[in-house]
Design a protein around this ligand. Sequence first.
Ligand code: F6P
Length: 544
Amino acid sequence: MSSLSKSPAWLAFSSAVHTSPLTADSLRILPAVDLEVDLSTQRYSVAFEQASAALLNQQGFEAARKGLFAGEAINWTEKRAAWHTALRSEHPPAGVASAIKAEQERLANFVDLVNAQNLYRNVVHLGIGGSDWGPRLAVEALAGVSSRRTIRFASNVDAHAITGALDGLDPLDTLVIISSKSFTTTESLANAARAIEWFTANGVSEPLEHFVAVTANPAAARAFGIRDDRIFEFWDWVGGRYSLWSSIGLPIALGLGLNALNDMRRGAAEMDEHFLNAPIARNAPVQMALSAVANCSVLGYASFALCPYDARLRQLVPWLQQLEMESLGKATQIDGSTLDVPSSPAVWGMPGTDSQHTFFQWLHQDGKGAPVDFVLCAKPDHQHTRHHRLLIANCLAQRAALREGKSFEQALAAVSQTEKDPVLAAQLAQHRVHPGGRPSTLIVLPLLDAKQLGSLLALYEHKVFTEGVLWGINPFDQWGVEFGKRLAVDIEKSLDAEDSESAVSAFDPSTAHWIRRLATSADDSHAYERRREERIARGQPPEA
Ligand code: F6P
């Protein structure tokens, strides 16, 4: 069994992390395409740089990166490639180039056709996880630039989500996209079935004529009833959470235009080039990954916060949560041994400045704290310069405060201005001490457009890939999710079973209790009917 913690390169790396200062004394800003990644407030020293290079070497980084771009089966537990870089390359690798180009052309023709015929004022997108977060983020983040149609997203199996997404739309002017790599995902298929009912209930006799599918399982989409010319394909060698660059980007093309989708791909492809060619010490995703590993595995930070100082990037938080936590939330190395250093920090966050009024207190003064990724655009897409100035000021202020902290002496000097009792002043000053020394990264985009967004997402994708290499884990599988999905199938059957006692016998007492208690009974539908009638009587829509 291999022990990372006892390996020579790891021992050197961890001691370099401990001895490296968290310094803002010298700037360490890495240009990455048009982005600037400021790592000046992360641990760094010449020793850190040397130890990092040795660790990358020990963990086989060069070969792994080569394998990623060459389409090797680097997703070793599922024996397949993770070749999302091929999807956004201007010149995709031979072997997959013709398939990629053909699908891109089919998608472009479809978008051109619906635009030329002025079809579908509304698009409802049904997908979840990697088949949802990317397009949802892009459509929301870039909507201000050009929004051609109403694009709504429903991912959750909770019917309130799909009901809300369909509410008020004209069915005759609505297109539904089912996005699912596997085309077996319960949430997406249940929502698709609900959408069919909605079309039918609203007098559409051929509801499936209003559907398209994006999938790596075209046979299943066909069996569902989607026409061949309405099925856009991608492939097994594209990971679900990396599928945005395939036809999963359809809502972006329909909502913001084909150019937006292509510009995102271009920005990502340029980041691929940076990741491939920039020297390691100037390679932004690699250096971000090294800082992340130092923070989590050596300094013991169990999480990090993502705070985009841009309200349009709200969805970046869940997008990154899936990317980081579904990719890295595991601790088994390639040879089956357990990784013996802390890994895979939890990701959480919220846009600034809301986050300042929500959890920054904890970031500043809790004993544990967490590193923060700040994301900021140099230029906004509005004319309100004071707002933007305030946004920048707050972002930089929080970062500086986390780094610098406030000493007891500084706090005491401030308190003593008004509190003349020295004992009380000392007590009060203690409450105002900020430990400081908290690492952070600042990513600055020149502005938020499709190309910059593409670069930003690819930056994080490669950071996560590099962390996977450093920890020796496979960032491209998600067995943990599969296990829970399987149990949900059994529990759903029990909730609907005639003989509930024998149906629950396989479960632990608490699960069995709640299956009995929450089993969907006739009473529920009576209560629902009653509430529905009450809503109609009040002149409200029948569905909540
Ligand atoms: O969450 C598990 C997962 O398999 C993700 O990896 C994926 O993005 C999501 O479910 C949706 O899967 P699909 O695209 O097959 O519907």
